[in-house]
Write a protein that binds this ligand. Structure first.
Ligand code: ZN
Length: 237
């Protein structure tokens, strides 16, 4: 890969990576690292420049779109947008002589305390609130499915895993990532159903998917949707 810069007539410069390949056409790709150009080995600098200038509108549009999709890190400030069961809610911080329990009022998650200027403190209280909402919700879903399946679960616990949404072990213990409580209910239900299906089949065999299909018929569609949610749900540390 060669690092290059495309200068646009309007003064904007766009850095890109150039890969020269045995090919006849030019391919443009927007990746997490930005613009990547695949071009034929013998292309001249000015030929390439001309083509990129012709495509500059498309390139700029795509780069802007990617920027807009990037999830902003949490600031833990008043007005911070949050998600709860798929609903957009807002963090509301107000100074109070003593710390009161965190409370969801309409679409406002109210944190009242003398410590609202301390982002680490606010983060801890908010995460605690999410965990408190998550456990009873997940437990209820597990119990309903367990009854439906004629299975018994010995324990439902929250996990804080970075890369897994849930797990199920041979002791019939189910762990579910607390971050899921931010997602819409059908996403939560899908993950719960997936882990519950492992009570019957400890693998991802066709037999497993037939059990899952009975518990959650739209699983293929939601499995795909899940990928788009991942970065959003991981916004909270
Ligand atoms: Zn699985």
């Amino acid at each position: 890969m060669i690092e290059r810069v495309l200068q646009l007539p309007n003064g904007v410069s766009i850095a890109y990576q150039l890969a020269l390949r045995a090919r006849k056409t030019i391919g443009l790709k927007i990746t997490a690292q930005g613009l990547v150009v695949h071009a034929p080995k013998r292309i001249s600098h000015s030929q390439l420049q001309d083509i990129l200038l012709q495509k500059s509108h498309w390139i700029q549009q795509k780069l802007h779109q990617r920027e807009a999709q990037q999830v902003l890190p949490m600031q833990w400030q008043d007005g911070e947008p949050l998600l709860f069961m798929g609903q957009d809610i807002q963090l509301s911080l107000s100074r109070h002589a003593k710390s009161l329990p965190v409370l969801l009022v309409g679409d406002m998650l109210c944190v009242r305390s003398p410590n609202v200027d301390d982002p680490a403190w606010v983060a801890q209280r908010v995460l605690q609130w999410y965990a408190q909402q998550a456990l009873p919700d997940f437990t209820r879903r597990v119990q309903l499915l367990a009854t439906q399946m004629g299975e018994a679960v010995t324990r439902v616990a929250l996990s804080n895993a970075k890369s897994r949404w849930g797990s199920c072990n041979s002791l019939k213990q189910i762990r579910l990532n607390w971050r899921l409580i931010q997602a819409p209910p059908h996403i939560i239900q899908y993950v719960v159903a997936h882990e519950m299906a492992h009570l019957k089949e400890m693998n991802h065999s066709p037999r497993f998917y037939s059990v899952l299909g009975q518990l959650f018929p739209q699983h293929l569609q939601v499995e795909k949707e899940m990928k788009a949610w991942s970065s959003v749900l991981h916004r909270m540390a």
